[in-house]
Design a protein around this ligand. Sequence first.
Ligand SMILES: [Zn+2]
Length: 406
Amino acid sequence: MSALVVHGIGALCTCDPSLGEAPGVVRDAALVARDGVIVYAGPESELERSDIPRGALEIHARGAAVLPGFVDAHTHIVWLGDRGDEYAQRAAGVSYEEIAASGGGIRATVRATAAGSVEELATAGRERARRMLAGGTTTVEVKSGYGLDHDAEMRQLDAADRLRRWEDLPDAVVTYLALHALPDGPRDAYVDDVCSRGVADAAKRASFVDAFCDAGAYTVAECERLFTAARGHGLRPKIHAEQRSRSGGALLAAQAGAVSADHLEHATNTDLEALSSAGVVGVILPGASLVLGGPPPPGRRLLEAGCRVAVATDCNPGTCYSESMPLMISLAVALGGLTPAQALVAGTSGGAAALGLADRGVLRRGFRCDAVILKTPSWVDVAYHLGGDIVASVILDGRLAVPSKT
Ligand SMILES: [Zn+2]
């Protein structure tokens, strides 16, 4: 039995919609967990000494705010190689097309990643996942997509799966990003392969299938074919949609019953209303929006359409090398038009919804005890303190995984 109690919480941000205005704050609160599950989350004055399990680790938040651990619902953290030079070249005015023509861009990541062993891939992913945990992320979705070859994709999935078995890393949810960059050879043969042995073998390793539906990537028809094949193997669809152009991916997500549609910068209001009607979560990736320029992430527009919203890092080597969920929550406010409370909910229970996880993202009795203790009494600092070092401690599955440094 493991047990933990956090006393002296100035503001417990439950992200529980049943507690009224977001993020469902309880003042002067306590949080108690037993075997990874929350057994009490409420006013400290109503906590009986007998409610605290014997032998529980007792820690004190000293009046700081406590919130659910962040759920990062869209990442590509299993990659090898380094594209720092390319980033500098682009900043100096070299176009993406020129970089791609000289062997750079996503091709460079594919070359390095496809050549890696499971061990090498998992080790690279672990370093990024560790930084995520230190920044308060307690669940992370991990995609493949840099293999562009059956065996290389499966090695990426095996490496992502290995992250789940290491202690003191965020819980990992694995996604087979089957259609990402275009292959060197005939695309029809590649799509055939992905839709047959690809989905069959990925189903042993992953929970979701994903596709990049856009100009210069894959068509609606190809993505639809993948989703139909994947569903036969129990893989639920997610989709990269309307990022560089309006591709029709959002409408496909609505029609195919996808769990989420991600990016959506070029989505029309009709697209967003279709997602809302179908119960598809809209995932905004404001770090990538910032790096690439173009239209802003449609946070406010998604809410106005009645959609559930998640915010995620999109951590990847090309368009957003960041593990920081607090930074993305800040950018969801600054660029995406969300309020700090809406952005906090999007980074916690919204992320859980985008992964189909009903057991986390809210600090309520019966939920998984993943929580962040801030350094300050104000939960608004998550959004307000842009790039700030705001996390004091992290509780993962009811254990103190990142102790306070102060
Ligand atoms: Zn992505």
